[in-house]
Design a protein around this ligand. Structure first.
Ligand SMILES: NC(=O)c1ccc[n+]([C@@H]2O[C@H](COP(=O)([O-])OP(=O)(O)OC[C@H]3O[C@@H](n4cnc5c(N)ncnc54)[C@H](O)[C@@H]3O)[C@@H](O)[C@H]2O)c1
Length: 468
């Protein structure tokens, strides 16, 4: 990397404008030097699918493509587009202009025979072929996609180098690095990129140096220093290890929640006591279930890599695999409790499900625990009405959702499944007026103590996960 490269306005092309790529594009476009001048011109690329085109259209109109409560990312998008350093397209030719490419595309999990987890790398490989066919000499490629460990070395590098050779370009002239995302869509969406620690590595020292110089311009490294690892395989592993750790931690607590309920004590109180020990401060709490795009797949990536990338047969990653399965069926614990309350069956019961996204204050419904609950409850004859302040249409279930609080007269139970901020503002004295028989079920520590007390005072029955 030359010194002059750092001084001129570089072109950054972001491949994939999903929850990560779109946010990263905004973060990069908003990075400025000491004089307030942008460092980069940013172009986002997505596929010419309906959703890809919709995301592109929104960005080019100055709108962040996903519903968000984070005003910083909303104004960041608007400002970058109006000052002309953020745009989006489906045209792969823009990779020819790129000094830096950020790979932020999806890489999905699938199952062989409905049992054996695998990743179909074809789509990811196609994206690498697109880069190989278009990028110029000295481009820095940073893979942000969560990939099975070994992917940069064993998949990305050979594909890129092969294309460069074919095009008569020095195959070693391109820099390949890995730096994974810890972005948290939600109230601090943009800050979770800029004001947060980052891990990175390069396939060469030069690639790592270039990646570091780039990240230093985007991230507040004074407060959140970068961590360099010695290989891209180590960096790829760090990502799947941290998400596996979290998934196992969540799965671990599930049986303690049921114990607390049956014995009759409040596990949240116990957990608060345990968390005082610094070594135990991040113990998870019981809840409705775990969903989202990442925690449902990442814990299986090391197992997949061991077998499919490194040809090793003796790495089963039992705890991580079991955690994924336990977390997947966790919402059924709530359903079981409901069945018990309704004398063994939810058939004919009308249930209001409060929260269908995978976490609080986001509108992302991918692999949400609400889906597992919804499907099973329907199968058992219940009618489930979804509510979510941040989701208008539930894509996966192809159903319209309600934003307004419905009249409770027609409902038998309300299940609070996502701790959206809006739910903590509900005035139960008002809402429960029309139906004192409706069961309130706090399945995810959604309600405040004041709300819980007020429900009890009114006389409605309240159940919860993790509280006896
Ligand atoms: N969502 C999160 O909170 C989060 C957090 C950390 C890491 N990650 C990881 O980041 C990656 C991206 O996640 P996401 O949530 O943004 O996924 P997403 O599905 O929302 O977005 C991926 C985008 O890439 C596009 N795409 C696919 N192939 C492409 C190609 N060849 N060219 C251009 N665009 C292409 C898709 O059309 C889609 O718009 C995943 O590996 C994920 O595990 C996600």
């Amino acid at each position: 990397m030359s010194g002059s490269k750092e001084k001129k306005l570089q072109t950054v092309v972001v491949q994939g404008l999903g929850f990560v790529g779109a946010a990263m594009a905004v973060a990069v476009a908003n990075a400025v030097d000491v004089n307030g001048k942008p460092f980069f011109k940013v172009i986002g690329v997505d596929l010419p699918t309906n959703s890809g085109k919709e995301r592109i259209k929104k960005i080019n109109s100055g709108l962040f493509p996903f519903k968000t409560v984070d005003n910083k990312i909303i104004t960041g998008t608007k400002n970058a587009v109006s000052q002309g350093n953020l745009s989006a397209t489906t045209d792969d030719n823009v990779f020819r202009e790129a000094d830096i490419v950020l790979v932020s595309i999806n890489l999905d999990l699938s199952y062989v025979d409905k049992k054996i987890p695998t990743v179909n790398l074809n789509m990811f490989k196609n994206a690498m072929h697109t880069l190989g066919k278009n990028i110029k000499e000295n481009t820095l490629i940073i893979v942000e996609t969560t990939v099975p460990p070994g992917t940069c070395e064993k998949v990305v590098k050979p594909i890129i180098q092969e294309h460069l050779k074919e095009r008569g370009i020095n195959p070693y002239s391109v820099y390949i690095a890995h730096s994974y995302e810890r972005v948290m869509p939600g109230a601090n969406y943009l800050d979770s990129i800029i004001n947060f620690w980052r891990v990175y590595a390069g396939t060469t020292v030069e690639a790592a140096d270039y990646c570091e110089a780039f990240l230093t311009k985007i991230i507040n490294v004074k407060k959140y220093p970068l961590t360099r690892l010695k290989s891209t395989t180590a960096s790829e592993t760090a990502k799947v290890l941290e998400n596996s750790y979290r998934a196992v931690n969540i799965a671990f607590i599930e049986e303690w929640g049921r114990f607390a309920e049956d014995v009759g004590f409040d596990l949240y109180e116990v957990i608060d006591a345990v968390r005082i020990r610094p070594t135990h401060s991040n113990i998870r709490q019981p809840g409705f279930g775990v969903g989202g795009y990442c925690l449902t797949k990442d814990p299986l990536f090391a197992k997949i890599a061991a077998k499919e990338i490194f040809g090793l047969s003796d790495h089963e990653f039992q705890y991580s695999s079991q955690a994924v399965e336990l977390n997947r069926v966790m919402p059924l614990v709530t359903l079981e409790k409901l069945k018990k309350y309704f004398n063994g069956s939810v058939k004919g019961k009308k249930i209001l499900l409060m929260g269908i996204s995978y976490r609080e204050d986001v509108g992302d419904t991918r692999f949400s625990p609400a889906e597992t609950f919804f499907v099973q409850a329907h199968q058992e004859g219940a009618q489930v009405v979804p509510h979510d302040p941040l989701v208008e249409y539930w894509e996966e279930m192809q159903i319209q959702t309600s934003k307004d609080l419905p009249d409770l007269k027609l409902f038998d139970a309300v299940v609070f499944s996502v701790p959206h901020n809006d739910y903590r503002k509900i005035d139960f004295k008002q809402w429960l007026k029309t139906n004192k028989d409706c069961l309130m079920f706090d399945a995810n520590n959604v309600l405040t103590e004041v709300q819980r007390n007020s429900i009890q005072e009114i006389g409605n029955k309240i159940l919860s996960i993790g509280r006896g």
